[in-house]
Ligand binder design. Structure first.
Ligand code: ADP
Length: 379
């Protein structure tokens, strides 16, 4: 396990492209961290700086308290798994797993024991004599992980390791990698553009934006319930959060035909008077007006009714997914997506009223793109 510290780390490539800006973070021993963001936002560059494969242009990077900017790659105690498995095609699974150890001149008995132990952890025991061409994508990926695991390392780096797998294999490997992390305990930095992967695997997530700017660092829970700016609000969650713009007048904005009073969801509504803001809510947070009433009845008395906004939209299209229906609707010229109980799927072309509890409503300042402060308890 290793403790990592980044102080104002920057990367400028020789062609002058500034790929990572002021990366600041402390990573605790054994943490599982995902770097997430769209293609080109500097995730791999950051990972490669940790690995020592890319120079750090400015700033300081420490491993266990030791300044590591100039430390050679092999002294960093890292293992790396890439998107392409990079297995040796002419070697068996057994030989692929043991290859690194053989190079290090370790005794054959010790290698044998380690290969068998690693194969057992990864469920590869029955494939040890096979060649990569006779394995599925998921099995190849397990060998690639195993090859990294077999060396005793403190830091595990993974760059989009699941992107060559099909959806089902990705889900399986996701939980396998988590289990391996739990049993091995190495500090892990995992790069992905897939926010679901990041949400399901990480202790903490670093959301990055093109240009190499860190947007927010937090637990999956923090990022989902407290996205600090519009970028994170739109990036985390699937389908994405709904955004409706408006100018605040007398503490209210117009959302379609409804006057939305922002006072209940922001700390100080006076601060945003006259400003352009985004009113935001997640597709899965909406309720139907009838559902809201039912909640109130089943709880003790009317006082338990959730408070919030009733908005009116017009349905463009519905998609029945089984457990839910995605309703694609519009409020004036703004498109929104709402997730509803499939038994309540509305008809295309009809008016559709829905309810947004205060706790599920967010307000962002269009100028700063930051969340307007709120005292609401989000759940
Ligand atoms: P990500 O992993 O998030 O997709 P990268 O870290 O690979 O992004 O790249 C970040 C940015 O840096 C991209 O715009 C990419 O084109 C640029 N970049 C990557 N490698 C080099 C290089 N060797 N020279 C110049 N620019 C590079």
């Amino acid at each position: 396990m290793a403790h990592l510290l980044f102080k104002d780390v920057n990367k400028v490539y020789p062609n002058g492209y500034h790929a990572v800006h002021d990366f600041n973070m402390e990573i605790k021993d054994g943490e599982f961290i995902c770097l997430v963001g769209d293609s080109g936002c500097g995730k791999s560059t950051t990972l490669r700086m940790i690995a020592g494969l890319e120079d750090i242009t400015a700033g300081e990077f420490y491993i266990d308290g030791v300044l590591a900017n100039q430390m050679s790659s092999r002294d960093r105690g890292i293992a790396m798994v890439f998107q392409s498995y990079a297995l040796y095609p002419h070697l068996t699974v057994y030989e692929n797993l043991g290859f690194g150890l053989t190079l290090e001149g370790i005794d054959a008995d010790v290698i044998d024991e380690k290969v068998k132990q690693t194969a057992k952890i990864l469920g590869l025991t029955e494939y040890l004599e096979r060649f990569p061409r006779n394995l599925s994508g998921g099995q190849c990926q397990r060998v690639a992980v195993g090859r990294a695991l077999i060396r005793k390392v403190n830091i595990f780096l993974m760059d989009e390791p699941l992107s060559n797998l099909d959806a089902k294999q990705r889900v399986t490997m996701r939980s396998e990698i988590k289990q391996i992390h739990r049993s091995v305990g190495a500090t892990t930095i995992y790069v992905t553009h897939d926010q679901t992967e990041a949400m399901t695997m990480s202790d903490r997530i670093v959301v990055m934006k093109s240009g190499g700017y860190v947007q927010q660092i937090g637990t999956p829970y923090e990022l989902y319930f407290h996205p600090r700016n519009l970028f994170v609000a739109g990036f985390i969650g699937e389908p994405p959060m709904n955004f409706i713009k408006g100018v605040v007048e007398n503490g209210k904005i117009k959302v379609g035909e409804t006057d939305v009073d922002l006072a209940p969801v922001v700390k100080n509504v006076k601060e945003i008077e006259g400003k352009e803001v985004v009113f935001a809510f997640r597709p899965e947070a909406v309720k139907l007006p009838e559902e809201k009433k039912r909640v109130a009845k089943s709880a003790e008395g009317a006082s338990a009714a959730p408070k919030g906004y009733t908005l009116t939209s017009k349905v463009d299209l519905t998609e029945l997914l089984g457990d839910t229906t995605n309703v694609y609707a519009n409020i004036g010229d703004v498109n929104v997506i709402l997730k509803v109980n499939p038994h309540n799927t509305p008809e295309t072309g009809t008016e559709f009223k829905f309810f947004v509890p205060y706790e599920a409503a967010y307000v962002y300042d269009c100028e700063t793109e930051l969340a307007v402060e709120s005292d609401l308890k989000r759940h």
